[in-house]
Each structure stands twice: as structure tokens, then as C-alpha cells.
Design a protein around this ligand. Structure first.
Ligand SMILES: [Zn+2]
Length: 100
């Protein structure tokens, strides 16, 4: 790897990905809203799960495009295993420097 391409790689340090996220995460990541029917304890548990499962991702932004699709696949930002709609969200991955 020559100096120029190495400098370019370091300048980016990110790889965009598309995540499949649940409706709760869509609402929270787009508007900062939590489900109104949640108790404080449920809110806290949700935020803990979100912090744990979305570790390594940043700038997570729902694309709000296309139709959501039903899935049993765990939500990729909070890890919820409840079946339900999954929405697309763009995210950047924190890369580890010097991994190559
Ligand atoms: Zn979720």
C-alpha cells in the first residue's frame, strides 16, 4: 500500500452499511420518541439494549424509503427478537485502525 492510498483510507475510516431495524428503533432514531405505552423500566431496558447492540455503529439514520418488510430476524440496532416490520437504516461502522 503506497502512502497516498493509505492516507485516503485513514481519512475515511468508515464503511457505510444498511441495517434492518425494528419500528421502535425507527421511531427513536428518527425522532427520539419512545413508545408512549412503555413504562420507565421498559424505556431503560430498551435504551440499554440499543446501546449494547448498536455498539460499533454510528450515524445510524433511517432511510424512510421503501416499504418495511415483516421479519423474525432480530433488529440490528436493539436486538429485539419480536417479529415485526424491519426498516432500512444507513449506518457507519467504526473501523479499527491498523487492522490490516
Ligand atoms: Zn430495534
Amino acid at each position: 500500500m503506497n502512502y497516498l492510498s493509505h492516507a485516503k483510507l485513514k481519512a475515511t475510516e468508515t464503511d457505510p452499511v444498511i441495517l434492518a431495524i425494528c419500528s421502535d428503533c425507527l421511531l427513536f432514531l428518527a425522532n427520539g420518541d419512545l413508545p408512549p405505552e412503555n413504562t420507565e423500566e421498559q424505556d431503560r431496558q430498551y435504551l440499554d439494549r440499543l446501546a449494547k447492540h448498536s455498539k460499533g455503529f454510528f450515524n445510524i439514520s433511517p432511510t424512510c424509503s421503501g416499504d418495511p418488510s415483516f421479519s423474525w430476524t432480530p433488529c440490528e440496532t436493539c436486538g429485539s427478537r419480536l417479529g415485526g416490520d424491519r426498516h432500512d437504516a444507513n449506518a457507519l461502522i467504526e473501523t479499527i485502525e491498523g487492522a490490516d
